[in-house]
Design a protein around this ligand. Structure first.
Ligand SMILES: Nc1ncnc2c1ncn2[C@@H]1O[C@H](COP(=O)(O)OP(=O)(O)OP(=O)(O)O)[C@@H](O)[C@H]1O
Ligand SMILES: [Mg+2]
Length: 607
C-alpha cells in the first residue's frame, strides 16, 4: 500500500489488474515463457558444460557426472575413444548447440513479450481514449488539454514498461535464477544455503528503493503533464504570446516544468544507480562466504574438480540476473504509478445515461423548472432558480451581459452538465429520463467556441452520424449557412482538407461551417450560442433569413448579440447574474426592463 496518498488499491491489485491486460495475449505469453525457459536452461547447461570439460581430463569414470556429459554419451556413445578425444568433439558441439538453443529461446522470449507489450499499450490507450471521450465534462474540466494529452501518450508508455519489459526481465532473469539456484542446490545444498542468508537484506533494499521510485515516478509523470500543458497552451496561443512579449515568460514556465522533470528523473536515477551497487556488494559478500565454505577441505572432498568449478560458475552467473532484476524495479514502479493514474480515468463513470424513454415525434417544447447549477469548485451558482417554458417551433433569443449565464443555460439544455437541482423537460418528459444518445439526436448545437476537425470541408459539415449524407444535402446546408460561395472558391471545393482547428479558414468561415453542420442535422431543437457574432452585417442578414426559413417547425435558442436576431425572435429571455429576470417580446422588455433598455442602447454587444 502506498502510504501518504489517497490511493486505496494495493500494489498487488494494481499489478494484477495490469497483468490481466497482458493475459489477453495468452499464446504470445506462453511462447515467450517457453522461450525464456529454454534460455535459462541454456545458461545452466553452459555452466554444466565446464564440468564435462574438466572431468574429461580425469578420465572415463569421472565423465558421467554432469547433465551435458550424460546426455552427450546417451546420444553419441564414446565407444573406445579416450575421454579427452571424446570431449574434444563433444564439448564444442554441445557448446554450439546449447548456445544456439539459448539464442533461439532469447529471441522467442523477447519478441513475443514485445508483442504482448505493444498490444497492451494499444488496448490501454484505446480504452483510455474511450473513457475520456465518454467522461462527464465536470470530470474533464479538472484537467488541461495538455495534462490529458500526456496521460494518453506518456503515461500509457510507462505502463507498457511494467506490463512487458519488466515482465520479460522478470521471466528471463527470474527463471535463470531459479534454474541456477536449483542446479546449485542439486550439486550441494548446504553450500547453496549460504546464499539465502543475504536474501532478507536484498528484500529490504528492494522495498526501500521501490518506495522512492514510486514517489519520483509520480512526480515525473505530473511534470510531463505540465510540460505538455505549457507546450500545448503556448503553441495554441502563439499570437498572443508574441504580441504581448510573453515569449520569455512561457519559455521560463517551460524551463521550470522541464527542470522539475529533470530534477525528479535525476533523483530516480540516483536511487537506481545506488541500488544496483548495493545489491552487488551484498551479493559479493555472499559469494565470498560461499567460496570460503567451498574451499573448506571437508567440503572439497565431496566435490569433483568439475562439479566444484560448475558450482562456482553457476554462483558467479547469478550476479547478472540479480543486478538486472534490481534495475527493472524502477520500470515497474513507474508503470504502477502510471497505472494508478490511468485506472482512475478508466474507472470514471461515463456521462450519466440512465433514461430509457424515447420520444416518438419530437415537437420541441422546452421547459426549465427551478434549475440551479453550480460549476464544481465554484463559490456561487452560475444558474439560479431558472424556470421558463418555450412552445414548440418558437425562436427564443437569450440576452444578457457577459457572464450572466447564457452559455451555461444552453449547455445544461444540451446535457453537457446536469442541473444541481431542478428539472429540464423536452415535450413534457424530464430529459434525464430520455436515453442520452436519443436525446442528443434531437439537438443541433453551434457552441460559442466552435471546433473544426482536420478533415475535408464536407466531412466537417456532415460530422458523425451525418457522415452518410448526400452531397446535395451538404451543399444545401452550406448554401443556407452562406458558406457555399467561399467553399466553392477553395482549391478542391468541398473536398478541401482543412487543417487542425480550421487552419486556413477565417473565423466567420469556420462559424458558417459550424452553422451548416447544425442545419444539416435537421434536429427539432436548434441551439446557437452567439453563432452570428463573427459575421459581417451582410452575411448575418443572409443567415438571418436562412434561420427564418429553417426555424419553421423547430425550437430555436439563439444566444444573441444583434438587434436583428433579437427583434425577429418570438420571445426574449433576459438573463442577469445567473437568473432569468424577464421573459417577453422585444417590445415588452423595452418598456418594462431598464437593464434591457440599457443593453439595447449599447447595441446588445457587451464584451
Ligand atoms: N467551466 C466553468 N467552471 C467554472 N465556472 C464557469 C465555467 N464556465 C463558466 N463559468 C462561470 O459561470 C458564469 C456564467 O458563464 P457563461 O459562460 O454561462 O456566461 P455567458 O453569459 O455565456 O457570457 P458571455 O456572453 O461572455 O459568453 C460566469 O461567471 C463564469 O465565470
Ligand atoms: Mg457565453
Amino acid at each position: 500500500m502506498s502510504k501518504g496518498t489517497q490511493h486505496v488499491t494495493t500494489d498487488t491489485q494494481l499489478y494484477g489488474r495490469l497483468l490481466t491486460y497482458a493475459f489477453h495475449y495468452k499464446w504470445s505469453l506462453i511462447l515467450s515463457f517457453l522461450g525464456f525457459v529454454v534460455y535459462s536452461l541454456g545458461n545452466v547447461l553452459l555452466a554444466d558444460l565446464t564440468q564435462f570439460l574438466l572431468d574429461s581430463l580425469g578420465g572415463q569414470q569421472m565423465m558421467s557426472l554432469g547433465f551435458v556429459a550424460q546426455a552427450s554419451q546417451w546420444i553419441w556413445p564414446p565407444g573406445d575413444k579416450s575421454a579427452t578425444d571424446y570431449a574434444r568433439i563433444a564439448v564444442p558441439v554441445a557448446a554450439v548447440v546449447l548456445s544456439l538453443g539459448r539464442a533461439l529461446g532469447f529471441f522467442a522470449g523477447s519478441y513475443f513479450m514485445n508483442k504482448v507489450a505493444r498490444s497492451v499499450v494499444h488496448t490501454v490507450r484505446t480504452e483510455l481514449f474511450g473513457a475520456l471521450v465518454r467522461a462527464p465534462k465536470v470530470h474533464l474540466d479538472q484537467f488541461s488539454t495538455g495534462e490529458l494529452l500526456s496521460k494518453v501518450t506518456f503515461n500509457v508508455e510507462q505502463v507498457s514498461g511494467a506490463a512487458s519489459d519488466a515482465l520479460k526481465t522478470l521471466l528471463r532473469e527470474g527463471l535463470t535464477i531459479v534454474a541456477l539456484v536449483s542446479y546449485m542446490l542439486y550439486l550441494n545444498w548446504e553450500l547453496t544455503a549460504v546464499f539465502f542468508v543475504v536474501a532478507p537484506a536484498i528484500g529490504l533494499v528492494v522495498h526501500v528503493v521501490g518506495k522512492h521510485f514510486r514517489r519520483y515516478s509520480r512526480r515525473i509523470q505530473d511534470s510531463m503533464g505540465s510540460v505538455t500543458e505549457v507546450t500545448a497552451e503556448s503553441l495554441a496561443g502563439l499570437d498572443d504570446v508574441r504580441i504581448y512579449g510573453a515569449t520569455s515568460q512561457v519559455s521560463e514556465r517551460f524551463e521550470s516544468a522541464s527542470g522539475f522533470n529533470k530534477q525528479q528523473s535525476l533523483k530516480l536515477a540516483f536511487v537506481q544507480a545506488a541500488s544496483t551497487p548495493i545489491m552487488q556488494t551484498l551479493l559479493a559478500l555472499a559469494l565470498g562466504a560461499l567460496f570460503w565454505f567451498a574451499l573448506d577441505p571437508d567440503v572439497l572432498a565431496e566435490f569433483s574438480a568439475g562439479s566444484l568449478v560448475a558450482f562456482i560458475t553457476a554462483a558467479a552467473q547469478l550476479g547478472k540476473p540479480i543486478r538486472t532484476l534490481s534495475s527493472i524495479q524502477s520500470i515497474i514502479q513507474r508503470g504502477l504509478a502510471a497505472a494508478e493514474d490511468i485506472f482512475v480515468q478508466l474507472d470514471t463513470p461515463p456521462e450519466i445515461d440512465q433514461g430509457e424513454a424515447k420520444l416518438q415525434v419530437v415537437k420541441g417544447k422546452v421547459e426549465f423548472n427551478c434549475v440551479d447549477f453550480k460549476y464544481p469548485g465554484a463559490q456561487a451558482n452560475a444558474i439560479s432558480n431558472i424556470s421558463f417554458s418555450i412552445e414548440p417551433g418558437q425562436t427564443v433569443a437569450v440576452v444578457g451581459r457577459s457572464g450572466s449565464g447564457k452559455s451555461t443555460l444552453v449547455k445544461l439544455l444540451a446535457r453537457f452538465y446536469l442541473p444541481t437541482s431542478g428539472d429540464i423537460l423536452l415535450d413534457g418528459e424530464n430529459v434525464q429520463n430520455i436515453g442520452l444518445e436519443h436525446y442528443r439526436d434531437q439537438l443541433a448545437f453551434v457552441p460559442q467556441n466552435i471546433t473544426i476537425f482536420s478533415d475535408s470541408v464536407a466531412a466537417n459539415i456532415a460530422l458523425g452520424g451525418m457522415s452518410g449524407s448526400a452531397r446535395t444535402a451538404i451543399e444545401q446546408a452550406a448554401e443556407q449557412a452562406q458558406a457555399a460561395k467561399f467553399i466553392q472558391d477553395l482549391d478542391s471545393g468541398y473536398d478541401t482538407l482543412i487543417g487542425d482547428q480550421g487552419l486556413g479558414l477565417s473565423g466567420g468561415q469556420q462559424q458558417r461551417i459550424a452553422i451548416a453542420r447544425a442545419l444539416l442535422k435537421q434536429a427539432p431543437v436548434l441551439i446557437l450560442d452567439e453563432a452570428t457574432s463573427a459575421l459581417d452585417t451582410e452575411s448575418e442578414a443572409l443567415i438571418q433569413s436562412a434561420l427564418d426559413a429553417t426555424r419553421e417547425g423547430r425550437t430555436t435558442f439563439v444566444v444573441a448579440h444583434r438587434l436583428s436576431t433579437i427583434e425577429s425572435a418570438d420571445s426574449v429571455l433576459l438573463m442577469d447574474d445567473g437568473k432569468v429576470v424577464a421573459q417577453g417580446s422585444h417590445k415588452q422588455l423595452l418598456e418594462t426592463e431598464p437593464l434591457y433598455r440599457s443593453l439595447h442602447q449599447q447595441g446588445f454587444v457587451d464584451e
